[in-house]
Write a protein that binds this ligand. Structure first.
Ligand code: HEM
Length: 509
């Protein structure tokens, strides 16, 4: 009846008024024009098919179909946060890097991660944790791309793809398989120290806030006189270190497999800003030969070299958009600033190539122009074009040197000169010392932590079906420490005499 229809039209008008009054802005199409109906597609009559001319519908679906980019080939599962770095000591005798000049405050973006799992995988994995820091310095971006442990599994980049293939989910089942992982490690005795740390409580932090971070490799600091020293970086958590015991891991995953992200973001949103102090160890080039290990071997800690504090990192903000920060961020050990250079560490040398390469594939050639990666200083180079170029380089002189352009190189920033000798070669490093530091670490652990380490490691070794691989692994741990190897052999029901005789054949050199 008429009264009812009138009432309905009044209600409809009120709804439209309410809709327009309660929203600050109009929904638009990708070209910026307003959308009239975002609920109903255009159709041919009440029962007919959808029209091709409904370009709002078609573009909306097309754009949605393209939302995913490849996940990182490693470290796919990650969490990012913004913060700042403040230096606490004058180290101008060591480096010209402005980020360490007292009185500066450098904005940072940090991405924490696990390594082997897919993008949505549980965060309580037996895995190193990525600790990547992007410093937006006044001399350009410096990325310190580290992990929560001080060393690594291997010492030569040529082994990295094999290491990752064996540790990532199986090519057949898509599931991680300890049998494949230890098939690799049985052929990589240099991993003994890292495996010992990984299976200890230090290798299973219960939150990103409660773990340390390390640059792992030696880097070079270069001072104003062009003199260089070797340096290792260590982030010490002001929250302290706290980990999950093996018995608590399944329950923790069951309760919340996004624990690490929820913990970090919960703290940040509550205004509880986590901090890490940055410490360095320094060696002169002349001191490199003073050890029975090679300080440029990333499977080694620099035992006996004192640490000194040089600054503090504070995280204080959850990014507004996960994809535009955490996913689109691109860290690379090769992104350095004047005063910081790579050492001759063979792993670091491989990493110097790999990151920008994968990022050009993962994000595109112009990934450095994305807001999260863009330096906070003007970038004045002659790069041009490329997919998705939204840079603002001006002028037609896109080359250098040129009499028409003011852009010029500055010899002040030439890389440091390192004396070298010898022939080209393909040979293992001298002083491999594969086992000793693993034993030293094991003997440092309190009794309960030793037991937990044996429980966690034997749990995975018990999945190894290949006898030769299992005994090779046990012999490495026995060589590191007889008590450690004996307890692992018992926990894996192995023949201890066979373990000992294999260990006896291993040479520490
Ligand atoms: C990520 C390669 C060793 C720490 C990555 C990525 C690649 C890669 C390709 C993905 C980067 C991206 O998609 O943006 C390599 C190679 C290595 C190596 C070839 C050895 C030769 C290491 C070592 C460390 C490390 C020794 C620790 C010191 C990280 C971290 C990330 C990462 C923290 C994640 C960065 C982020 O959060 O975006 N690595 N890596 N990598 N790598 Fe390595």
């Amino acid at each position: 009846n008429t009264a009812n229809r009138f009432l309905q039209s009044m209600i409809a008008a009120a709804c439209v008024a309410l809709a327009s009054s309660s929203h600050a802005a109009e929904l638009t199409r990708d070209n910026g024009s307003p959308v009239g109906d975002n609920q109903n597609s255009q159709t041919a009559g009440p029962n007919g098919p959808v029209l091709l001319q409904d370009s709002h519908l078609i573009e909306k679906l097309q754009r949605f179909d393209r939302e995913r980019i490849p996940e990182r080939v490693v470290h796919a599962r990650g969490t990012g946060a913004f913060g700042e770095f403040v230096p606490s000591a004058d180290i101008s005798d060591l480096t010209t890097a402005k980020v360490f000049t007292p009185g500066t405050k450098t904005p940072v973006f940090v991405r924490f991660s696990t390594v082997m799992g897919y993008r949505g995988s549980p965060e309580q994995a037996r895995d190193p944790r990525g600790f990547a820091v992007k410093f937006y310095t006044e001399q350009g971006n410096w990325d310190l791309v580290g992990i929560n442990l001080p060393i690594f599994f291997i010492r030569d980049a040529i082994k990295f793809p094999d290491f990752v293939h064996a540790n990532k989910p199986s090519a057949v089942t898509g599931v991680q398989d300890a049998n494949l992982a230890f098939d690799f490690f049985a052929h990589a005795p240099e991993a003994t120290s890292m495996l010992t740390r990984l299976y200890s409580i230090e290798g299973m932090p219960d939150s990103y806030r409660n773990m340390d971070g390390y640059g792992v490799h030696a880097f070079k600091f270069v001072n104003a006189d062009g003199k260089y020293t070797y340096v290792k970086f260590h982030w010490k958590s002001a929250q302290g270190m706290h980990g999950l015991r093996p018995k608590d891991i399944p329950g923790s995953i069951g309760a919340d497999w996004n624990l690490m992200t929820n913990d970090l973001y919960g703290a940040l949103k509550a205004g509880n800003a986590p901090k890490w102090d940055l410490y360095i160890q320094v060696l002169k080039p002349s001191e490199l030969d003073a050890f029975d290990f090679n300080p440029l071997d990333d499977t080694k800690v620099w035992t006996g070299v004192p640490e000194r504090k040089i600054g503090t990192l504070t995280l204080n903000r959850v990014p507004d958009n996960y994809f535009e920060s955490t996913e689109e961020s691109a860290f690379a050990p090769s992104r350095m600033v004047p005063g910081i250079e790579p050492s001759e560490d063979r792993m670091l040398q491989g990493r110097m190539f790999s990151y920008a390469d994968t990022q050009m594939y993962r994000l595109g050639a112009n990934f450095n122009q994305l807001p999260i990666n863009r330096p906070r200083v003007p970038v004045t180079n002659n790069n041009q074009d490329g997919a998705m170029n939204f840079g603002d380089r001006k002028g037609e002189v896109n080359y250098e040197p040129s009499a028409l352009n003011e852009l010029a190189q500055n010899p002040r920033y030439k890389s440091v000169q390192t004396p070298l000798a010898g022939t080209t070669q393909q040979a293992a490093i001298r002083k491999t010392l594969n086992f000793r530091q693993a034993g030293e670490y094991y003997r440092m652990l309190p009794a309960q932590e030793r037991q937990d380490l044996v429980t966690a490691l034997s749990g995975d070794l018990n999945h190894v079906t290949n006898d030769a691989n299992k005994y090779a692994m046990l012999s490495y741990f026995y060589k590191a420490d007889a008590d450690y190897g004996t307890r692992l052999a018992r926990a894996t029901h192995a023949d201890l005499t066979r373990v000992k005789s294999l260990a006896d054949k291993l040479v520490e050199n």
